[in-house]
Write a protein that binds this ligand. Structure first.
Ligand SMILES: Cc1ncc(COP(=O)(O)O)c(C=O)c1O
Length: 388
């Protein structure tokens, strides 16, 4: 089957945050939007077809989660991640970020500690601080251009009475896929200090060749307190539909999460989200394989171009995700100057590294989930602007 990721899909005037939110975020619409983590590609046909079939029925009443969506999740994680999930472990949730917020409330009391590992996707911070939990940062360490978890410091964090660790795996924005040894080490620390782990695996299917993603939940032993968040939203470009799932083997943790959602009566979801979610996991394998080949070629092009033409900027090739973490520190600009430079001189809208917390200053996050021609053009513009 052929998939054409070079096809232009016009997203302006669809109320898209990435396109129609430019004026608000960048103060201009005259930037190529390489920010917010969604892609500019049309979703797989199986998803569109499932949505159309559902829309053909003219009633959109309250909807159950059918047996088939549970089975789609079970089959996907067995087939792709060798993880045998039981149906009872699955809890549906309205998006992954609400699950981060719910976990902060479920597993730490007000004032108690939650560990995050910066630089990290910014709702990890707000999930903790908005709920008046104590933010304990265990910054990632860059070692010879590769990010690593600082396990010694993690123990120091755990000793401060932390209750919960929020793990981003694969990691947004640094693009690391934590290997099995690293995940085992995390589990050992969690056992030693009775830590619950929220493992946000939303990017688990966007893995480049030569790298293996391991689901932390698959390594867990009975008694380990692991909550895994998953969704087809990133992989299949349907984040606007908002449905995600939690995989929680232990009844105690499962009930604690359910209680958070029930306290706001957030149990039901809409029939379109259910149709798209299930269709993606049932019929999206080939599309996803083609997507990863396309993204990998774009990533490799960008890495070569940056190394050759704009060596002032350093890119650590991501092992996963369509997000590039650009180290711009050698440009010698302040964070405000850096943001202005990319918006005004290059006409590129990216996420400034500072929003990802400590370790983000001097960095920019570029979203390459778009036609390759757009990325070629953006990189050329940076080259020219730096040559001025
Ligand atoms: C690590 C991570 N978690 C969660 C999300 C968003 O999840 P949702 O849209 O389901 O709330 C993102 C989006 O970029 C992400 O990178």
């Amino acid at each position: 089957m052929r998939f054409n990721f070079d096809q232009l899909v016009i997203r302006e005037n669809t109320h898209s945050v990435k396109f129609d939110g430019r004026q608000q975020y960048f103060g201009t619409t005259d930037v190529s939007p390489l920010w917010v983590a969604d892609m500019d590609f049309a979703v797989p046909e199986c998803v569109t077809r499932a949505l159309q079939e559902r829309v053909n029925h003219p009633v959109f009443g309250y909807t159950l989660y059918p047996d088939s969506i549970y089975q789609a999740i079970i089959d996907w994680f067995q087939r792709r991640h060798q993880w045998a999930i039981e149906r009872d472990w699955i809890v549906f949730a309205p998006g992954v970020v609400p699950s981060l917020f719910a976990a902060a409330k479920a597993f730490a009391q007000e004032g108690e500690g939650v560990i995050v590992q910066s630089p990290v996707y910014f709702p990890f911070f707000s999930a903790v601080t908005t709920n008046n939990r104590k933010l304990i940062n265990n910054p990632l360490r860059a070692n010879n251009g590769r990010y690593e978890i600082d396990f010694e410091h993690l123990e120091v964090c755990a000793q401060q009475g932390a209750k919960l660790l929020m793990l981003c795996t694969p990691h947004n924005p640094v693009g690391r896929v934590w290997d099995e040894a690293e995940l085992q080490q995390l589990l050992q620390i969690s056992r030693r200090y009775n830590l619950t782990i929220l493992s946000d695996d939303i990017h688990c299917d966007l893995i480049y060749s030569g790298v293996k993603h391991t689901m932390l939940g698959r390594l867990a032993l009975p008694g380990d307190k692991i909550i895994t968040t998953i969704a087809p939203n990133k992989s299949f470009n349907i984040p606007g539909l908002g449905l995600s799932a939690l995989i929680i083997p232990n009844a105690a943790e499962r009930n604690a999460m359910k209680q958070q959602f029930e306290s706001l009566h957030l149990g039901n979801y809409n029939p379109l989200s259910i149709a798209a979610f299930e269709a993606a996991y049932c019929g999206g394998d080939q599309w996803l394989a083609a997507l990863m080949r396309y993204l990998e070629a774009t990533r490799d092009f960008a890495a070569d171009f940056i190394a050759r033409e704009i060596p002032q900027i350093k890119l650590i090739k991501p092992e996963a995700t369509y997000l590039l973490w650009l180290d711009c520190r050698d440009l010698g600009m302040s964070d405000t100057e850096l943001r202005d430079f990319f918006i005004k001189k290059c006409q590129i809208g990216m996420n400034p590294g500072t929003v990802f917390g400590e370790g983000g200053s001097g960095f920019m996050r570029m979203n390459i989930g778009t036609r390759r021609a757009v990325i070629v053009d953006a990189l050329q513009r940076i080259k020219i602007a730096l040559g001025d």
